[in-house]
Design a protein around this ligand. Structure first.
Ligand SMILES: Nc1ncnc2c1ncn2[C@@H]1O[C@H](COP(=O)(O)OP(=O)(O)O)[C@@H](O)[C@H]1O
Ligand SMILES: [Mg+2]
Length: 460
């Protein structure tokens, strides 16, 4: 660890000398100043702590303290004075003085205070460092995608993060980025330096979930030998991410609702209301409306959560982002695996873009990870993704949209797409649709299709 530098500011040479000698013998670097003005000049030499006399020839200690803190919040200041009034002391502490020592002082005492102060800043710097590194992967730029839906998502997440009070509901299939967005909302908000706590409601039995979330008093149940703080308390000032909220049992839903409305709750077995300021971000891959209709989810909680819903679209709904995500993960795994894969071939990109990605971005990441582990070429090729290209997904994977479909229109559109994709090779188009040649010919005639029905494609 590098030596800390201490600036001793006093107009009396004897005091500067005695403090300086002692601090040097403790292993510190020492600078000296006899006026407020020289003290401020010395700051640029890199000072960790200032021992500051209150009564200086050109100004007073409090004025110098203010200037030091303007220069750098992190410099510690210990004021030394023979004339301390209570008002001065209070003002100095408000301005951020670390300590107030009376003159004449005891050298041992000063050294002890200095040591403690420096240890505090070291810890504070470490924590801040840790928090910035921990937060770094989770900012708006970690949402990859240039499609309108991802752009809109980034805007919405930014706005939500900037209003750090409101409850948020993330809705999306598995692998669409609910965890990611929850963390971004936390780390992009003013709550970032406070804890982010995370719990999956389906992972624990009811009683355990309740005590994890709300804590319990000693003796609340057989195993509760000690009092325990819950996640909400631990997260005070920060964010609690409740994943799979749809799995929470109704009794707990009621308790959560009370917390969302009043910011208070009782520990299990406790009588006292505990007040906590924690933002709740909830997530679900279910249609909560359906759960409400079936009586499995409280409607009042649903309405409370749904004040700020964020829908995360499935990857197939923004397939134009697939190439970007593919290149993003190639980059990421190059770093992780110390590889130098340059990208994916056009044919590989085609296979990846046409795939349906039922597991969304998580599946895409896994697919790229696997391909990178297995490939030793400089480029990922279509054959690295052969498993995705094989037909065999059965038609019943198709989800009927809520508003229904026009089946004729859909059939026509699928036939056109199959023909386009295969450059009007009827045999291959038929294979894509699970038809034989006669069946596709019949449909081409039925819909009166010719090459001109294809959407214009850019020919190169
Ligand atoms: N738009 C996106 N851009 C970059 N990475 C994403 C995106 N969406 C999801 N991911 C990544 O995909 C993986 C799965 O996302 P996750 O947030 O765990 O999904 P969920 O919680 O919805 O199941 C994570 O590695 C996440 O970082
Ligand atoms: Mg998740």
């Amino acid at each position: 660890m590098s030596k800390s530098t201490i600036l001793v500011v006093d107009d009396e040479a004897l005091i500067r000398w005695s403090l300086g000698e002692r601090l040097k013998s403790e292993g510190y670097d020492v600078l000296e100043a006899d006026t407020g003005a020289t003290a401020l000049e010395k700051l640029s030499e890199g000072v960790d702590l200032v021992l500051l006399d209150y009564k200086l020839p050109d100004t007073d200690g409090v004025a110098v303290l203010r200037k030091i803190k303007e220069f750098d919040q992190d410099i510690l200041v210990i004021l030394l004075t023979a004339y301390a009034s209570v008002e001065t002391a209070v003002e100095a502490m408000k301005l951020g003085a670390y300590h107030f020592a009376n003159k004449p002082f005891n050298l041992d005492e000063i050294v002890a205070v200095v040591e403690r102060a420096l240890e505090t800043t070291r810890l504070r710097r470490e924590v801040r460092q840790y928090l910035t590194t921990a937060a770094r992967p989770f900012n708006l730029h970690s949402i990859v995608g240039a499609s309108p839906s991802m752009t809109a998502l980034r805007h919405l997440v930014a706005r939500v993060a900037a209003s750090p009070a409101s409850t948020v509901l993330l809705v999306g299939e598995s692998g669409t980025g609910k965890d990611l967005v929850a963390k971004i909302i936390h780390y992009a908000s003013s709550r970032a330096s406070r804890p982010f706590m995370n719990i999956t409601c389906s992972a624990l039995p009811e009683q355990l979930l309740e005590s994890e979330l709300f804590g319990h008093e000693r003796g609340a149940f057989t195993d509760a030998r000690l009092q325990k703080r819950g996640l909400l308390e631990t997260a005070d000032g920060g964010t609690v991410f409740l994943d799979e909220i749809g799995e929470m049992v109704p009794a707990l839903q009621a308790k959560l609702l009370r917390f969302l409305e009043e910011k208070t709750f009782k520990r299990v077995g406790g009588a006292q209301d505990i007040h906590v300021d924690a933002r709740v971000v909830a997530a679900t891959n279910r249609h909560l409306e359906d759960e409400v209709a079936k009586g499995r989810f409280r409607s009042d909680l649903y309405y409370r959560l749904n004040v700020l819903p964020i829908a995360l679209p499935p990857l197939r709904a923004h397939a134009e982002d697939v190439p970007l995500l593919v290149e993003y993960y190639i980059d990421a795994f190059n770093t992780e695996f110390r590889k130098r894969v340059l990208g994916a071939s056009t044919a590989a990109h085609t296979v990846l873009q046409q795939y349906g990605w039922p597991g969304n971005v998580r599946e895409l990441r896994n697919v790229i990870e696997r391909a990178m582990l297995l490939s030793d070429r400089s480029q990922l090729e279509a054959r690295d993704f052969a498993a995705l290209a094989t037909p065999g997904r059965s038609g019943d994977d198709f989800d009927l949209p809520a508003k229904g479909v026009d089946l004729e229109q859909l059939e026509r559109s699928l036939v056109v797409q199959a023909l386009e994709r295969t450059g009007w090779n009827q045999t291959r188009a038929a294979t894509l649709l699970g038809l034989n040649r006669d069946q596709i010919r019949y449909r081409i005639e039925k819909f009166g299709l010719t090459v001109t029905h294809s959407r214009p494609t850019t020919k190169v």
